[in-house]
Design a protein around this ligand. Sequence first.
Ligand code: HEM
Length: 286
Amino acid sequence: MNKTTQLIDVDAPPKAQQASQGEPTRANNTLKRSAKVWFIVAVIGQLMFAVYVAGFYWLSALQGNFAKWEKATPKGFVEGDVMGNTAMIMHMLLALIIIVGGPLQFVPHIQRKYRKFHRWNGRVYMITVFLVSGTGLYMVWAKGGIGGPFQYAASTLNTILIFWFGILTWRTAVQRKLKVHKRWAFRLFLAGSGVWFARLGFMSWVMTHVTLGYDYNTYWPHFYNIWSFGQFVVPLLAFELYWRTLEKSSKTRKYAFTGLLYFLTLLTAIGIISVTIAMWIPRLTG
Ligand code: HEM
């Protein structure tokens, strides 16, 4: 197997083995297709997040209108707090690189045809994700984050995971252990998308309650605490189960997991629609 093939489809069994597998291969393909559908939906949602970050944070920064940020950042700018204000500006502006650059790393066509770009985009992504999560952690602990001990613990754990996954993604790329590299890279992508998953979850909670005529405030504090961890634990757990099911499980489990992935795709789509309607469009047009 040459290097290019290893980069593209590390999970694919050799051709001869595929032919003799019959039904399990069909189950594998069905499962892989459901993962692809989730990924496409997620990329659309991340692009919408990118449009929001560009249109809200970048545009107002270029216009010198940092006061607009007060609408979206609970702790805002503090006069004389050079470190805190700089961390916030870096965090919000550099975020765009992560949101746009992350998904591109997993597009097979780019991996195959533009390998130099894949390498450079990977390096830029990695440095940026460290800077953004580092400044995020500073904002939480030095500026004072929103929420209570659950949110402090969750955002600290999220940062630790980002650094851990980032270092292993880098190391396995240098060692050319490409199958393992691909897995660590995807874990990094999921942990680095915690902020996006958080908003999807919070806004779908609000939107589904409003749509069904329930008061979303009743259990909000509990959901807020749970989803502060869920925003990265649920996607990471789903990914671990996905590749284990793909490699080791019976075909019944593969089909069952395919169903679960389509259900998660539906939830992701509901989250994207909710956050776009309830948060991003009002802030962009307000
Ligand atoms: C590494 C990937 C991350 C990206 C791409 C990212 C991106 C963003 C963006 C775009 C916002 C503004 C959101 C809005 O306007 O609604 C934001 C807010 C914020 N981020 Fe991050 N962030 C990341 C990681 C983190 C981490 C790991 C922490 C904490 C340890 C953190 C702490 C914060 C805080 C405190 C805010 C302001 C409050 C809030 O809106 O929740 N971020 N982040």
